[in-house]
Write a protein that binds this ligand. Structure first.
Ligand SMILES: NC(=O)c1ccc[n+]([C@@H]2O[C@H](COP(=O)([O-])OP(=O)(O)OC[C@H]3O[C@@H](n4cnc5c(N)ncnc54)[C@H](O)[C@@H]3O)[C@@H](O)[C@H]2O)c1
Length: 333
């Protein structure tokens, strides 16, 4: 198991029964570990298609097993049975196929997991009494292309391509379970998230750090000019916890982003200065249909939840680099 940096000054939830779908993945496991360390009873449901059980520390501060794990597909009947058995008070739905390139290759499966998986989880929630809060994790990709930036929460959801449209659809479906059935839903729309625990090398920060540690050439699939907003995992976890602790604004979406609005070449420069190393890279310019620029207005989360991102990109990249050094050592064992 690879250790992660401590999440200081984190908002707390205590002694709740919390079910997290996709909880063995990058964002889900960081959230699950943090909630377990705060003395909540955490239940992770994941099919392990990309997540790893090893990402879960499975112990709280007193050494007790605080995370119960179920291997299950979010599209399956098992989901309703797990809800019935565990009776969670708080639900976070993160399970998804989250990679844009995967969605181009496998649109049927990605759309089915991201859309029908969400419907299946929300159906289980609908049949379960006593749920206080359901957070459905959406994405800035749900907005599609924008004429005006930054995106505000009232921007129409109009993804054009398979991954983006799967997130637009799941986001709208989540809202309907509030509007039609009164479920206590809230929706998060994250910018690009990075940090310890993300070993998806089709994402730029893991890719850069791998190139640095393995001393190899970094190949940039885009033209290097795409602008994205990069938010550190610790800030995303704190946003998720604040959102489910806040007992109002049900049925609404919240953007979570940062001050780091950068193109790919800027991310390389930031990484060079954070890590004190020169990065050798080549621009391939082979990607198609990428949204040229995306960033969020997250003032709603700031004003209503009192949330703001705390981690500078330099510190975030250094902590991620430290995590990857151990990750590659463990990989060799
Ligand atoms: N990482 C980002 O930059 C980012 C940005 C915005 C939104 N999101 C959203 O956050 C969520 C988590 O993304 P992540 O980056 O942690 O990805 P991830 O791939 O690390 O985690 C997704 C998890 O879902 C699980 N999963 C996939 N299909 C499943 C299925 N059919 N049934 C059960 N479990 C299944 C995987 O095994 C994995 O553990 C996703 O909903 C994603 O769309 C991520």
């Amino acid at each position: 198991m690879v250790k992660r940096p401590k999440m200081e000054n984190m908002e707390r939830l205590k002694q709740k029964k919390i079910l997290i779908t996709g909880g063995a993945g990058f964002i889900g496991s960081n959230l699950a570990n943090e909630l377990a360390s705060q003395n909540n009873k955490v239940i992770v449901v994941d099919d392990l298609s990309s997540g790893k059980k090893d990402n879960l520390t499975l112990r709280n501060g007193s050494g007790q097993a605080n995370i119960t794990f179920y291997k299950a597909d979010v599209r399956s009947k098992k989901i309703a049975e797990i809800f019935k058995k565990e009776k969670p008070q708080i639900v976070y739905h993160l399970a998804a196929r989250p990679l844009v390139q995967d969605a181009y290759k496998n649109p049927y499966e990605v759309i089915e997991v991201n859309v029908m998986g969400t419907v299946n989880v929300l159906e289980a929630c609908r049949k379960q009494k006593g749920i206080e809060s359901i957070v459905v994790v959406s994405s800035d990709k749900a907005y599609g292309k924008a004429k005006e930036l930054p995106y505000k929460e009232n921007h129409p959801l109009q993804g054009d391509h398979p991954y983006d449209v799967s997130k637009s659809a799941a986001d709208l479906i989540a809202k309907t379970y509030f509007t039609t059935y009164g479920l206590p839903i809230k929706i998060t729309r994250f910018s690009n998230v990075y940090g310890p625990g993300d070993a998806n090398f089709s994402r730029i920060i893991p890719d850069i750090i791998e190139a640095v540690i393995k001393n190899k050439e970094l190949q940039i699939r885009s033209d290097g000019k795409m602008i994205r907003e990069y938010t550190y995992i610790k800030d995303i976890v704190s946003g998720c916890i604040k959102l489910s602790s806040h007992n109002a604004n049900f049925g609404e979406a919240f953007n979570f982003g940062s001050e780091n609005i950068l193109n790919v070449l800027d991310v390389i420069k930031k990484s060079e200065s954070a890590l004190g190393k020169k990065i050798n890279y080549k621009v391939l310019n082979i990607t198609k249909n990428e949204i040229p620029a995306q960033y969020l207005d997250w003032s709603k989360a700031k004003d209503i939840l009192g949330w703001k991102p705390e981690t500078s990109i330099e510190k975030g990249i250094q902590e991620t680099h430290d995590w990857f050094k151990n990750y590659f050592i463990n990989e060799k064992k």
